[in-house]
Write a protein that binds this ligand. Structure first.
Ligand SMILES: *Cc1c(COP(=O)(O)O)cnc(C)c1O
Ligand SMILES: [Zn+2]
Length: 490
């Protein structure tokens, strides 16, 4: 719709101008730093940072109903930069002029209600939010759109030129970073570090296809992370992992979209997300907190973080019920089909600890929970979802398995409605589906295929008699297919 056709009171609010005062705040010593420079950790104490708007209170002055109108009307606006995560501009990175925003089609992902078979099986009403329908086929694009829009802004301001963007990755961060860097062009080169043979073939080809330098490192993601941390401390590079707080800001859009999708009514809603490096759950908690503080939503939904028993340091931390006795212990991750979350030492753990306490405090009761699932449950639930119209990846299977677990553990009941995150597209992880169908998982996964969930192509072999007669070939093959399908003649 053209701007002149919108209601008058909303017109001047639709196209935002830079405003607010964004700062990095250390979650440990509370020091604050200017966002004109790229910081990843606190120069004083080394702890992780989050971005805050020092003028956030101005956002509370606008009536909540007007905010909702702004976001709803912005959906009808034909301005590329405001079509993705920046529909929520004022809450996401409100110092970036809209002509610096990089938009590759991220965000605004579909929320699809599960069919009645699946809802019966899970014993709860639920929806998948398909973040695999982002441009590089995972939710990471939300955070990259934010981080690269900011980098683009700094380049335009001539603060930076020739940026080398680096990241460690379990596969999706690198695919996304390489894609966004390649769009900006010459001013940004990207280099990605991957754990050797611990990403899928598709995820390896994505950054290669975008023209990034790809380094394979023997070891696990946690080892790659230490190397990029070392690089970012000692060399002139821009770190694109979720340690970079700009990534978190963009990923908050996931929470805002859910609020808008459900008409800002989050009473009795449950959000289920998988946890790897814990950037996603950080962003989801922070996003809902910001909308709650601005009055845009008046209920904080329940949040359930899910981990595989092969990579469950966050679950273990919270399995101690007395907060005073909790101790975080990194662990060595084991083989997991939820491979993008195969992380033993999540970088965002201090953010999770900080925000979980704040979230529950604001809600006045426990609203953040953690559950653990087996590898078998993860892939079985993925394949069941796939057989019922969903494009869920293994992590989508993990959230569905986590939802079922949360129902069993009575963390949620049948009167609630869940929105579960399929963080990537099933196609990225189809090698695991293949292993399942062939029943050849390596022992360490502890997965045995259930025949009723397996499938295989049927090769239809023509007889030699029809080799040189195409009409006969068509007839014979049709007959063989009809016999296999047990269909009768008209
Ligand atoms: C990165 C990733 C995760 C884990 O998210 P964190 O922010 O690292 O906790 C889960 N699923 C997919 C598909 C991912 O790419
Ligand atoms: Zn500090």
């Amino acid at each position: 719709m053209k701007i002149e056709n919108f209601p008058e009171k909303i017109r001047e609010l639709l196209i935002p101008k830079p405003e607010g005062k964004l700062i990095f705040r250390c979650l440990n010593c509370q020091s604050i730093y200017n966002t004109e420079e790229l910081f990843y950790t606190c120069p004083k104490c080394g702890e992780i940072l989050l971005i805050y708007d020092e003028n956030f209170d101005r956002l509370k002055k606008l009536p909540p109903a007007l905010w909702r109108d702004i976001f709803d009307y912005r959906k009808m606006l034909n301005i590329d930069s405001l079509k993705g995560i920046y529909r929520y501009y004022e809450f996401i990175g409100s110092i970036i002029p809209i002509n610096s925003i990089i938009y590759l089609g991220e965000g605004n992902t579909p929320v699809i209600e599960a069919n009645s078979y699946l809802q019966n099986k899970a014993q709860i009403r639920f929806f998948f939010k398909n973040d695999g329908q982002n441009p590089s086929a995972s939710f990471k694009d939300r955070g990259m759109a934010s981080a690269f829009s900011y980098i683009n802004f700094l380049i335009k301001k001539k603060k930076f030129k020739n940026i080398l963007a680096v990241c460690a990755s379990t596969g999706d961060t690198s695919a996304s970073a390489a894609l966004y860097a390649s769009y900006i062009g010459d001013a940004v080169k990207s280099a990605v570090l991957l754990p050797y043979k611990k990403v899928t073939p598709q995820q390896l080809l994505q950054p290669l296809g975008s023209g990034a330098k790809v380094f394979e490192i023997p070891g696990l993601f946690d080892d790659c992370m230490k190397i990029v941390e070392n690089l970012s401390e000692n060399y002139n590079v821009a770190l694109l992992n979720s340690k970079n707080a700009w990534r978190i800001l963009g990923q908050e859009s996931y929470a805002y979209e859910i609020a808008q999708e459900f008409n800002y009514d989050l009473k009795n809603k449950v959000i289920v997300v998988p946890i790897g490096n814990a950037g996603n759950i950080t962003a989801v908690m922070n996003g809902f907190i910001k909308f709650y503080e601005a009055g845009i939503i008046d209920n904080l939904p329940k949040i359930i973080g899910v981990q595989s028993e092969h990579a469950d340091p966050v679950y273990r931390y919270y399995s101690e019920s007395d907060p005073a006795k909790r101790r975080f212990t990194p662990l060595k991750a084991r083989a997991s089909v939820a491979q993008a979350a195969m992380i033993g030492n999540p970088v965002s753990m201090p953010r999770v600890i900080w925000l979980e306490a704040l979230y529950n405090k604001l809600a006045g009761k426990q609203k953040v929970f953690f559950v653990q699932t087996s590898e078998q449950e993860i892939i079985d639930w993925q394949l069941i979802a796939n057989r019922n119209g969903h494009i869920a990846c293994t992590h989508g299977g993990e959230t569905l398995a986590g939802l079922v677990k949360a129902r069993k553990e009575k963390i949620i009941n049948e009167t609630e409605t869940a929105i579960i995150d399929s963080t990537a597209h099933a196609l990225k992880f189809s090698n695991f589906t293949d292993k399942y169908f062939q029943n050849n998982f390596e022992k360490e996964f502890k997965i045995t295929s259930k025949p009723e969930l397996c499938n295989a192509p049927i090769f239809v072999k023509p007889s030699t008699a029809v080799e040189n007669n195409f009409e006969e070939f068509v007839k014979e093959i049709s007959d063989k297919i009809a016999a296999n399908l047990k269909i009768s003649k008209k």
